[in-house]
Design a protein around this ligand. Structure first.
Ligand code: PRP
Ligand code: URA
Length: 209
C-alpha cells in the first residue's frame, strides 16, 4: 500500500485557510497555490538521488551534493494542476514538464481526456503528478494510468486538498504511488466536491466563474 504524507506544518495550515476563503482573489489564490506546492515539493523530493560534487568555499574545498533535475518530470493535470508547476520549478528548474488534459464529466464525475504530451524517456525519470484536488480520485488515477502506459515507474502524486474517499480510491487503483497532500478534508459532497474544500480549483485559479 502506498504512503500518504500530510504536510502538517503551521505555515501550511495558515496558507490553506486563505486558499479556502471565498474572499481570496484570483491573484492571491495563484500565489498561495504556488507557495503550497513548494512545501509539497520539499517533502516529496526527500528520496530523490543526489550526486557528490566538488565544491570550493571561500575558505576551503569540500564535498557538495547535486540533484539531477533533468531526470525529473512534472506532469500537471490541466487545468488546475498548472497552478502548481511554477512552485516546483523554483526548486527543480531543469525538470521536464508534460501535460495531461482531463476534465470531470459533471454528471458521471468520470474523467474525460482531451490532451496529452509527455517527455521522452519518462521511464528513466522520477515523475511528479500535480493536481491541487483529489476528490473521487478518478482524474489522477487516469493520469497515472496514462504515464504508466508509456513506461513511467517511479511516480508520486502531489495535491493540496484531498479527502478520505479519494485517498482510498487512489491507493487501491495505484498502490505503488505515494501521495503527498497539504490536508485531508472531511468528505465529498453529493456533487463530488470536497468539503469544506475550496470550491472549483480551476475556476478560482483562472477566474472563470
Ligand atoms: C478538478 C481537479 C481535478 C479533478 C478532481 O478538475 O483539478 O483534476 O477535478 O476530481 P476527481 O478526483 O473527482 O477526478 P476539473 O475536472 O474541474 O477540471 P479543470 O481543472 O479543468 O477545472
Ligand atoms: N474539483 C475541484 O476543483 N474541487 C472539488 O472540490 C472537487 C473536484
Amino acid at each position: 500500500m502506498s504512503s500518504v504524507t500530510v504536510i502538517d506544518h503551521p505555515l501550511v495550515k495558515h496558507k490553506i485557510t486563505f486558499l479556502r476563503s471565498k474572499f481570496t482573489d484570483v491573484h492571491m489564490f495563484r500565489e498561495l497555490m504556488q507557495e503550497l506546492s513548494m512545501f509539497l515539493a520539499y517533502e516529496a523530493t526527500r528520496s530523490i538521488p543526489v550526486e557528490e560534487t566538488y565544491c570550493e568555499t571561500p575558505l576551503t574545498k569540500t564535498t557538495g551534493y547535486m540533484i539531477s533535475s533533468q531526470l525529473i518530470a512534472l506532469v500537471p493535470i490541466l487545468r488546475a494542476g498548472l497552478g502548481m508547476v511554477e512552485g516546483l520549478l523554483k526548486f527543480m528548474p531543469m525538470a521536464k514538464v508534460g501535460h495531461i488534459g482531463l476534465y470531470r464529466d459533471h454528471e458521471t464525475l468520470q474523467p474525460v481526456k482531451y490532451y496529452c504530451k509527455l517527455p521522452h524517456h519518462i521511464e528513466n525519470m522520477d515523475v511528479f503528478i500535480l493536481d491541487p484536488m483529489l476528490a473521487t480520485g478518478g482524474s489522477v488515477s487516469e493520469a497515472i494510468k496514462i504515464v504508466k502506459e508509456i513506461g513511467a515507474r517511479r511516480i508520486c502524486f502531489l495535491c493540496i486538498v484531498s479527502c478520505p474517499e479519494g485517498v482510498k480510491y487512489l491507493q487501491e487503483a495505484h498502490p505503488d504511488v505515494d501521495i503527498f497532500t497539504c490536508v485531508i478534508d472531511e468528505r465529498l459532497n453529493e456533487h463530488g466536491y470536497i468539503m469544506p474544500g475550496l470550491g472549483d480549483a480551476g475556476d478560482r485559479l483562472y477566474g472563470t466563474k
